[in-house]
Every structure is written in C-alpha cells, then in structure tokens.
Design a protein. Structure first.
Length: 47
C-alpha cells in the first residue's frame, strides 16, 4: 500500500473545470453569509 501513495499520479494534472462550475461556485460564495452570535454560527444563503 505504501507504493500506491508514493507514486505520482499523472491523471490529476489535467483538472480543468467547466466555466459553468466555476461560475456556480463563485456565485454561491458571494451569496453565502455567515453570522456569528456568541458561540453560534448561522449560515444564510442570500438568494
């Protein structure tokens, strides 16, 4: 099993996400709001 983790994988070098995926993640992160209140955290999606 040690051999599997020590070898470099060539498959992971070609990770190119679609433009739709990048836009979705950017829009989601812009709409997400985290509110801290005492020890609590509230996440609100502003859409």
């Amino acid at each position: 099993m040690a051999k599997l983790y020590s070898q470099c994988s060539q498959k992971n070098n070609n990770l190119n996400p679609k433009e739709e995926t990048v836009n979705f993640l950017l829009n989601y992160s812009k709409a997400l709001s985290v509110i801290h209140c005492n020890k609590w955290k509230f996440e609100a999606l502003l859409n």
